[in-house]
Design a protein around this ligand. Structure first.
Ligand code: NAP
Length: 246
């Protein structure tokens, strides 16, 4: 087992990449906290994990709420006594061309995708420092490196996460905490289901591997980065995109 007895918080663990990651980590021996704003979806993920013999609990969390983030960390430590991995996975899109993007669309995406990870990192970092170990994984995106029409807000948050990842890798490395990011390409999840089929087909054609990604492609990368196998990887942004950018 690659993450045996590690305690892992996964934000947005109710759906897509977060759900798949929770299931995989539990299979590999982790104690998983599924922290999601969507109670039904989060509880379903926990049930899937438990039905497969894994250990997990659900905590309601809106990542843009700092007090809730602190509360989830408190509950996790009360239940499992430690905290090894934070996966900042929760994210949303509110797409519009820049000429039409409302201030509300901008603020909402910044609050959840960028301030959310900051809130969660501040909530976990004290515990990780006192343990002298920890792993923080941020889910960026191919659009952070490449841009995407209609996603000024989203691309800004995902590029912001790259800057945060590298800065925190420098700040926290000496405390025994590794900070890395993954930058997925186009992955089949409820988030991409909302995108026009034409765009997804185009992305598939442009990808040298001639397919879109699956949540499992991202989950296995996160598992590697969280495990001791990646103990000298810090401040990296790993693309999981089938070579789309080449
Ligand atoms: P998803 O299927 O939409 O799942 C996201 C989960 O996060 C949902 O359960 C959602 O709940 C929850 N959530 C939304 N707002 C939240 C909040 N404020 N606090 C806590 N949880 C919240 O998305 P996904 O495709 O798996 O994406 C996961 C991450 O990967 C995101 O950060 C996304 O930007 C990133 N990513 C995805 C792709 C892709 O192609 N899918 C590519 C690159 C990066 P609701 O369902 O109720 O909204």
């Amino acid at each position: 087992m690659r993450v045996k007895d590690k305690v892992v918080i996964i934000t947005g663990g109710g759906s897509g990449i977060g759900r798949e990651t929770g299931i995989l980590f539990a299979k590999e021996g982790a104690k998983v906290v599924i922290a999601d704003v969507n109670e039904k979806a989060g509880a379903e993920t926990v049930e899937l994990i438990k039905n497969a013999g894994g250990e997990a609990f659900f905590a309601r969390l809106d990542v843009s709420n700092r007090e809730q983030a602190k509360q989830v960390v408190k509950e996790t430590i009360a239940k499992y006594g430690r905290l090894d991995v934070l996966i900042n996975n929760a994210g949303i899109i509110q797409d519009a061309l820049v000429v039409k993007m409302t201030e509300e669309q901008w603020d909402k995406v910044i609050d959840i995708n960028l301030k959310g990870p900051f809130n969660c990192i501040q909530a976990v970092v004290g515990q990780m420092i006192s343990q002298g170990s920890g792993v923080i994984l941020n889910i960026s995106s191919i659009v952070a490196l490449y841009g995407n029409v209609g996603q000024t807000n989203y691309a800004a948050t995902k590029a912001g996460l790259v800057g945060m990842t590298k800065t925190l890798a420098k700040e926290l490395g000496k405390k025994g905490i590794r900070v890395n990011a993954v930058a997925p390409g186009f992955i089949y999840t409820p988030m991409t289901e909302a995108m026009p089929e034409k765009i997804l087909e185009m992305m598939k054609e442009k990808t040298p591997l001639k397919r879109l990604g699956t949540p499992a492609d991202v989950a296995s990368t996160l598992l590697f980065l969280a495990s001791d196998e990646a103990s000298f990887i810090n401040g990296a942004v790993i693309s999981v995109d089938g070579g789309l950018l080449l």
